[in-house]
Ligand binder design. Structure first.
Ligand code: C2O
Ligand code: CU
Length: 491
């Protein structure tokens, strides 16, 4: 599946790959159509990319427009976007516009919202940039392999009146599982990954490269848009000797604040917009490390101060982003729905322990599940590993697990009864994260993906204002493939 490119294309490609190493995502050229629609083209197909640092060679990937990540789609809030997606893979695909509140038919979920795009065919998506913010796109067909091989890209909707910064920078974070000769490990969808953390890689990239340094200037203000496009890796980023300010999460503005414990935690699919005021000494470096997994420390890149300062001290321009048009959920009148996640390795143990802490005899739903433990073990062997409210979905899910009354406020009270982290994603809506383990959250942040720690309870609230059948799933793509998904109908 290697694409041998003609010399010229190849040179152009290498030049663009070099540009990516300076941590810029390629802009996607656009032309406004007669109808005032911003039009783009994406072509999903096999290609090669310089993922591992030289002297390693290129790696066979699947990519959009021959680039990993795919080109940055950048529009203004309120603009209408038309994106023609051509499928040059030899399997079906779709594109999901993660976090964008699109009409249901444009959501890119195969068999649920559209017929998948067959090899050789083109499908055109059309939607409005309703919310300003940092979003991304990726296939929703066999995503554990299609995303894992490199199909994803940033989608930026600019505020009509953006805050002032010196540089607006996008970092698409991902990781890869490569062999010693920098080829892709062909172990997608492995059972061990499905039952544990998912397919965590051994090579972390920023915009598809392993960069050494990212040049910055003293006094400069950078808006850094972070997107976690990895299948399974959770990032816990620290900027050594520097305190970033979080101004948006999952594209949605949040009251500007320092990250808790100095660490920016991003589960798969999550985004954070940071303000970096580069106030260090010229010639010094700020090392960006990932310390999410206890005992492991992964150096991502150094922010390296250039010799010439931009200005003496940080600018005092305002930090807060204008709000997006989201409806405020009415908690007093909200309908409440319990959602429980089970399964995975040690799932049975956790269930036993929980049942124990609930009293001698587990009853109700928990009791039923305990009774079903034997059959659950059987299901694990058939690839049903993760359960939402007792159901492990496989193949194409159509029957809704929940039906939400349209235009009403809803609270999902979610319990992670597993021993693993899960970034839970709801399509078509953003929700407020209102509590964790019974404690109100300090920022009541709007998210589309919420990372749940083992055994954690999280409540989210939103107005179900977008009609249709929406996927609700874990964004560890191996967990999703092994049952951790369902459909939520808004009607
Ligand atoms: Cu980012 Cu259902 O996906
Ligand atoms: Cu999960």
């Amino acid at each position: 599946s290697c694409l041998s490119m003609p010399t010229l294309t190849r040179r152009a490609f290498l030049a663009s790959a070099a540009a990516a190493s300076a941590s810029a995502v390629l802009p996607l050229h656009t032309r406004p159509s007669a109808a005032g629609i911003r039009e783009f083209r994406l072509r999903a197909g096999p290609g090669r990319a310089q993922i591992a640092p030289e002297p390693y060679g290129q790696t066979a990937v699947w990519s959009y427009n021959d680039a990993v990540p795919g080109p940055e789609i950048r529009v203004r809030q309120g603009e209408r976007v038309g994106i023609a997606v051509e499928n040059a893979l030899d399997e079906e695909t779709t594109v999901h516009w993660h976090g964008v509140r699109v009409p249901n038919a444009m959501d890119g979920v195969p068999h649920l919202t559209q017929v998948p795009i067959a090899p050789g065919e083109t499908f055109t998506y059309q939607f409005d940039g309703v919310d300003a913010g940092t979003f991304w796109y990726h296939p929703h067909q066999r995503s554990f392999e299609q995303v894992g091989r490199g199909l994803y890209g940033p989608l930026i909707v600019e505020e009509a009146d953006p805050i002032q910064v010196d540089r607006d920078v996008t970092w698409v974070l991902s990781d890869w599982r490569l062999t010693n000769s920098a080829e892709m490990r062909e172990d997608f969808g492995g059972r061990h990954d499905m039952m544990h953390n998912g397919r965590v890689g051994n090579t972390v990239t920023i915009n598809g490269r392993v960069p050494d340094a990212f040049p910055v200037k003293k006094g400069e203000r950078i808006r850094l848009r972070l997107i976690n496009a990895a299948n399974a890796r959770i990032f816990g980023l620290e900027f050594r000797g520097h305190e970033p300010i979080v101004i948006a999460l999952d594209g949605q503005p949040v009251a500007p604040h320092a990250p808790e414990g100095g660490m920016v935690v991003l589960g798969p699919a999550m985004r954070a917009d940071l303000i970096l005021d580069m106030t260090g000494d010229t010639g010094s470096r700020v090392t960006v490390t990932d310390r999410f997994y206890t005992g492991l420390e992964y150096r991502l890149v150094d922010l390296a101060y250039e010799k010439q300062p931009l200005r003496d001290k940080a600018p005092d321009w305002p930090l807060a982003l204008p709000p997006n048009p989201l409806l405020e959920p009415d908690l007093a009148k909200a309908a409440r729905h319990e959602v429980t996640f089970n399964g995975g390795m040690m799932g049975a143990m956790v269930m036993q322990e929980m049942a124990g802490s609930m009293g001698a005899e587990p009853s109700g739903r928990m009791g039923d599940m305990m009774g079903n433990m034997g059959s659950m073990m059987d299901m694990m062997h058939s690839g049903k590993i993760w359960f939402i409210n007792g159901v492990a979905a496989q193949g194409h899910v159509m029957d809704p697990m929940l039906i939400l009354e349209k235009d009403r406020s809803h609270v999902l009270a979610m319990t992670n009864a597993t021993a693993w982290h899960h970034p839970m994603h709801l399509h078509g809506h953003s929700f407020r994260v209102i509590s964790r383990n019974g404690e109100p959250t300090p920022h009541r942040e709007w998210q589309d993906t919420v990372l749940m720690a083992p055994r954690e309870r999280v409540e989210i609230a939103f107005v179900a204002d977008n009609p249709g059948d929406w996927m609700f799933h874990c964004h560890v793509l191996e967990h999703q493939a092994a049952g951790m998904m369902g459909v939520i109908r808004v009607a």
